[in-house]
Design a protein around this ligand. Structure first.
Ligand code: TUI
Length: 313
C-alpha cells in the first residue's frame, strides 16, 4: 500500500500496533515493524532507562522504523521525553494528555510526533502545534479512554484537520479497516488483537482471557474518578465498581489498581490483575504471528467495498 501514512513513516501497511503499557515490548514492536506495520514500544509508567533499554533491544531485532508511546500521566514523562531526544526513535506517539510542550523539541530532533486525541478540538490544537498526524481513538479501545466512539470521532477529526488521521478503537479485522477508511482515516491502530500475537510476551492466561471474552466483557471502570479505563471484567473491576459506588476517594481507588497490569501481564493473575482490552476482544479468536494479523487487517478490502456498493443500490 502507498498512502500518506506509509510515505510519512516509510512503512508498508498503514497499521500501528497500539502502545499498550506492559504489553507493547521491544519484541512485539519489532515483530510488527518487521511485518510492515509500525511497531510501538509503550513507555507506560516505566522509568526512562527501562524504556531506553527496550529501544536498544528493538534496534537489535529490526532495522525497520518503530515508535515509542509516551503515556503523559506517567510521573516519568519528562524524563522519558528527554531520553527520546537522545535515542531519536522514528516516531513518538503520545497518550493520556496534551503533549503541546514536547512537540517542538521532538520535531527539531527529526522525530515525527503523532498524538492520540479523544476529540476534534484537541486534534486541531495538535495540528497547529506541528503534529505530523493524529490517532483518533474511540472509547471501544482498551485502557484509558475518552468519551466518543470511533464512529463519531473519526469523521469529525478527519474534517477538522488536514494532517492524516489514524483511527483506533474497536478495529480488529479488514471490515473494521474498510469502515474507518470510509470515515476518513488513512491508517489504523490496533491494540487488543496484538495482545494475542505469538510474539507478544503477555502471560498465556492474559491471552486466553482475551480469546474467551464475549461482547460485553470489556467493561469501563473509573468513570467517576475522571480516568476511565476499559478492561476485561474480573474481581478487580468488580472491586473498582464497589469502591466507586461507596464514594471512596480517588487515592483509595488508584491504590487498588497499582500493580494490576504487572499482575496480569507477568504473573497471569486474571482474577485480580488489570486485563486492559478493548471491545474487539470478543472478535479475537486466535493466537497468530504479527505478519498474519497484519495481512488479515487488509485482506479482501476490494470485496468488502464491492459488497458495500452492491448493498447500496
Ligand atoms: O493512553 C491511552 N490508553 C492507555 S494509557 C494506559 S496506562 C494507565 N494505567 C493505569 C491507569 C490509567 C492508565 C492504559 N491505556 N490511550 C490514548 C488516549 N489518550 N486515550 C485518551 C487520551 C487523551 C485524553 C485526554 C488524550 C489527550 C487528552 O487531553 C486532555 C487535555 O489535556 O486536553
Amino acid at each position: 500500500m502507498k498512502n500518506r501514512i506509509c510515505e510519512l513513516l516509510n512503512i508498508r501497511y498503514p497499521v500501528f500496533q497500539g502502545g499498550m503499557a506492559w504489553v507493547a515490548t521491544a519484541e512485539l514492536a519489532a515483530a510488527v515493524s518487521n511485518a510492515g506495520g509500525l511497531g510501538i514500544i509503550a513507555a507506560g509508567g516505566a522509568e526512562a532507562e527501562i524504556v531506553r533499554a527496550e529501544i536498544k533491544k528493538c534496534r537489535q531485532l529490526t532495522d525497520k522504523p518503530f515508535g515509542v508511546n509516551v503515556m503523559l500521566m506517567s510521573p516519568y514523562a519528562d524524563d522519558v521525553m528527554n531520553m527520546l531526544l537522545e535515542e531519536k526513535p522514528a516516531v513518538v506517539i503520545t497518550g493520556a494528555g496534551n503533549p503541546g510542550k514536547y512537540i517542538e523539541p521532538l520535531k527539531n530532533t527529526g522525530i515525527k510526533v503523532i498524538p492520540v486525541v479523544p476529540s476534534a478540538a484537541l486534534a486541531k490544537r495538535m495540528e497547529k502545534a506541528g503534529a505530523d498526524a493524529v490517532v483518533a481513538e474511540g472509547c471501544e479501545a482498551g485502557g484509558h479512554i475518552g468519551e466518543l466512539t470511533t464512529m463519531v470521532l473519526v469523521p469529525q477529526v478527519a474534517d477538522a484537520v488536514q494532517i492524516p488521521v489514524i483511527a483506533a478503537g474497536g478495529i480488529c479485522n479488514s471490515r473494521g479497516t474498510a469502515a474507518v477508511f470510509a470515515l476518513g482515516a488513512e491508517g489504523i491502530q490496533v491494540g487488543t488483537r496484538f495482545i494475542c500475537a505469538e510474539e507478544c510476551m503477555a502471560h498465556i492466561n492474559y491471552k486466553n482471557a482475551v480469546l474467551k471474552a464475549k461482547e460485553r466483557d470489556a467493561v469501563v471502570t473509573g468513570r467517576t474518578t475522571g480516568a476511565p479505563v476499559r478492561a476485561l471484567k474480573n474481581e478487580l473491576t468488580a472491586e473498582y465498581d464497589r469502591l466507586e459506588k461507596s464514594g471512596a476517594s480517588f487515592e483509595e481507588i488508584e491504590k487498588l489498581g497499582m500493580g494490576g497490569l504487572r499482575r496480569a501481564f507477568i504473573e497471569g493473575d486474571i482474577k485480580t490483575g488489570s486485563l486492559m482490552a478493548g471491545q474487539s476482544a470478543a472478535m479475537v479468536t486466535e493466537i497468530e504471528p504479527c505478519s498474519k494479523i497484519i495481512e488479515d487487517l487488509f485482506e479482501n478490502i476490494g470485496e468488502i467495498t464491492e459488497k458495500i456498493s452492491t448493498n447500496l443500490c
